[in-house]
Ligand binder design. Structure first.
Ligand SMILES: Cc1cc2nc3c(=O)[nH]c(=O)nc-3n(C[C@H](O)[C@H](O)[C@H](O)COP(=O)(O)OP(=O)(O)OC[C@H]3O[C@@H](n4cnc5c(N)ncnc54)[C@H](O)[C@@H]3O)c2cc1C
Length: 450
């Protein structure tokens, strides 16, 4: 166990590596040799921990995976890399102590600052829920013929298809045995050309679902099918659904947009609607400042995070989050009584509605005017220019609005609307390299007067 870090904890690490498997240790060795201050934080659950031997690792054929990691740690420790046995639960781009720095928090609540981060946390293989399968993962239930094919060469081999990739896997496996059977019950029915192709290579196909993997201990003797038939085999190859270990990166990105904050701060709180609310940063700020805020976004994941953030802040009564396509959104989408449709938002905001994929922005903004109450305001904020660090090739498809263009697109009746702001504003920002930068925002604020 390494639960004591010797280097000064107050000074940021050059690099924190999350994950001390073979990937993290390789990075640690290289960076340590480059005289960087490196901390590896590892939860000690490498993907291949179910296997007792590793194969095809040069110089270490047949090594215990845990032993390989022990050697890797020893090599890196010898050149000053430090280790912490813990699980990282959160990563924040806190900018502390210096702009651009990151803060990494572990499950015991300790935080570490770093200038850079390497995430080498690996994956979990989610296997189909079939009795007898997961228990033999890494011994007689396998995934990679290059890692384990030699050990089961010329035996009776099965491939349990969990995705169309299995068609590739089963053909590969023919290199290791003449006796290969594909269990295709979990994937859509195979078409005739595929059956012909597999048949031509001597691969048998079983269409029934596998309901149980049979054997004693780690040894596998066969599988039972839906109708009770037993097919005798010695090993199964399958592909679990890969689940990346990246939850710690799912930081809530909800920071209020500075222009909205500057404008709404001086308004009497009322009902607010945020179109394209993302993870709810603006709506939650509005709710914290006395508004009843509704946020609408196309992304269920973003809305889910917004709701979670609102709940954590005790703001459920003041916030409503709705998953909806903005191009078809109406106020009735909130799921309340359709007859209770209101058009009385005191503030409707639409910030950074820009996308390289088609987005009927002007249509959405025009429809937004219909949702503004008498004396209410519509605020439109957009990126007026790309940030200085954006690669030009990524920006080609992005349209940058002008305030005059957005205002014109609203087709406002001048007898009913007053323009309060129509300008490009500068906003201070931190570039990815930690340097200070200026961004340009297009800002339009109009008020309904009658
Ligand atoms: C059953 C099986 C057998 C295999 N056999 C072989 C073989 O014989 N030969 C071969 O070359 N390859 C083999 N592999 C593939 C090999 O396991 C992977 O290629 C390798 O483990 C990938 O290394 P990694 O460092 O990316 O991830 P991992 O080895 O999975 O290491 C990731 C590390 O990050 C840690 N971690 C995850 N989340 C956090 C967090 N939030 N905070 C801190 N730490 C975290 C994990 O606990 C783990 O220690 C096998 C895989 C399986 C499933």
């Amino acid at each position: 166990m390494h639960n004591h870090v010797t280097a000064s904890a107050s000074e940021p690490w050059d690099t924190i590596i999350i994950g001390g498997g073979v990937a993290g240790l390789s990075a640690a060795l290289m960076l340590g040799r480059a005289r960087r201050r490196v901390l590896v934080i590892d939860a000690g659950q490498p993907r291949n921990r179910f296997a007792s031997h590793m194969h095809a690792v040069l110089g270490h054929e047949g090594i215990d995976p845990a032993e390989l990691l022990r050697i890797g740690r020893a090599d890196a420790s010898a050149i000053g890399v430090e280790f912490m046995d813990a699980s990282v639960t959160r990563v924040d781009d806190s900018g502390e102590p210096d702009p651009g720095d990151l803060t990494v928090t572990t499950d015991d609540g300790t935080s570490y600052a770093a200038r850079t981060l390497i995430v080498a946390t690996g994956i979990t293989d989610r296997l189909p829920d079939i009795p007898g399968l997961a228990e033999r993962w890494g011994t007689s239930v396998l995934h990679c013929p290059y890692c384990h094919g030699w050990e089961v060469r010329d035996r009776r081999l099965g491939v349990l298809a969990t995705s169309p990739m299995a068609l590739h896997q089963v053909q590969l496996l023919r290199q290791w045995s003449n006796d290969v059977v594909l269990f295709a019950g979990l994937v859509p029915t195979l078409d005739a050309p595929t059956r012909t192709r597999l048949g031509a290579r001597g691969i048998r196909i079983v269409d029934q679902a596998v309901v149980e993997v049979l054997g004693s201990g780690n040894t596998l003797t066969g599988v039972r099918l839906e109708d009770g038939t037993v097919v005798e085999i010695d090993a199964i190859f399958t592909g679990g659904a890969p689940e990346p270990h990246d939850r710690m990166l799912e930081a809530w990105s909800g920071r209020v947009n500075a222009t909205l904050e500057a404008i709404a701060r001086d308004l009497e709180p009322g009902r607010a609607l945020d179109l394209g609310c993302g993870e709810g940063g603006d709506a939650i700020w509005l709710a914290e400042n006395g508004w009843h805020a509704t946020g609408v976004d196309l992304s269920p994941t973003a809305i889910d995070r917004a709701r979670t953030a609102a709940t954590a802040r005790g703001l459920t009564a003041r916030t409503t989050f709705v998953v909806s396509d903005l191009s078809t959104y109406t106020d009735t989408d909130t799921g309340t009584d359709p007859d209770a449709k209101t058009d009385d938002y005191d503030l409707v905001t639409a910030s950074f509605l820009q996308s390289p994929v088609h987005l009927p922005r002007e249509q959405i903004l025009r429809a937004a005017t219909e949702l503004v109450a008498l004396h209410g305001r519509l605020l439109i904020v957009g990126h007026a220019a790309p940030p200085a660090w954006a690669p030009p090739e990524h920006m080609r498809a992005v349209v940058f609005p002008t305030p005059e263009g957005d205002l014109a697109a609203l087709h406002l009746d001048p007898t009913r609307w007053q323009t309060l702001v129509c300008e490009v504003r500068e906003r201070a920002a931190t570039a990815p390299d930690g340097s200070q930068a200026v961004l340009l925002d297009s800002v339009v604020l109009v008020q309904r007067t009658s």
